[in-house]
Design a protein around this ligand. Structure first.
Ligand code: C5P
Length: 216
């Protein structure tokens, strides 16, 4: 007998990097393989949820059982999330969203010459904060990767974005790797999960999400 703690729940996730266009052939992106987000999507499906995965550009195969919506930019990711939000019980933002987009994009490939080229960058919307601070929000989970003061910054982020649960990445080299180690921050405090393959970490994270969601 396999318990299905998220049976009947709708889970919406973001995963992977966003890509912000500079011109016809260039852009700005973040380093993100999408592996952690895809593992969490699969773990949510294993737990019985109906899963929609909004994915930035990644060559990863779609996790079993999940519905996938491919997007490129943060704006497109926000649009897809807003379109899917209705009926969502749990929103898990794993994507590495670019902080800025390019204001002065060029339709054609920019030709190089001796001049200095200036890119104007404007801040992207914070998808997770918009969802978490909206009316009647789903149960929201965020991820944080910091290069210093991890727990302090992560807890501040959890409060700023009004999240019941934030996952702090302990492994600096987790990007692209198959292993991860995380600390879960919630109203009860900190819970360290053992280091392991991303799918194992994702399964434990989903078990924790299911417990907190059930206790709400
Ligand atoms: O970039 P930051 O450290 O604030 O990201 C923390 C969390 O917020 C992550 O879960 C990320 O997916 C989400 N986020 C988002 N939209 C942004 C920036 C971050 O959904 N523009």
């Amino acid at each position: 007998f396999q318990p299905k703690p998220l049976a009947g729940c709708r889970v919406l996730l973001t995963a992977g990097p966003t890509f912000e266009r500079i011109d016809a052939v260039r852009g700005i992106t973040n380093t993100s393989s999408g592996k952690m987000g895809f593992a969490v999507a699969r773990a949510a499906w294993e737990a019985g949820a109906e899963v929609t995965l909004v994915a930035g550009e990644t060559p990863l195969p779609t996790p079993i059982g999940c519905r996938r919506i491919d997007v490129r930019s943060a704006e497109e990711m926000l649009g897809a999330v807003e379109a899917e939000l209705r009926g969502t019980d749990i929103f898990i933002a794993v994507a590495a969203v670019a902080d800025y987009y390019v204001l002065n994009q060029s339709e054609h490939k920019i030709k190089k010459d001796a001049h200095i080229l200036t890119l104007e960058l404007a801040p992207n919307p914070d998808i997770l904060a918009r969802v978490a601070c909206g009316d009647n929000p789903p149960f929201c989970v965020g991820f944080a990767a910091e290069s210093e003061n991890l727990l302090e910054y992560a807890e501040a982020k959890r409060h700023r974005k009004q999240l019941p649960l934030l996952v702090a990445n302990l492994v600096q080299q987790a990007m692209g790797a198959d292993d991860n180690e995380v600390i879960l921050l919630d109203d009860q405090g900190q819970h360290r999960l053992p280091r392991g393959p991303k799918l194992e970490v994702a399964r434990q994270l989903i078990a924790h999400v299911a417990r907190l969601y059930g206790e709400r």
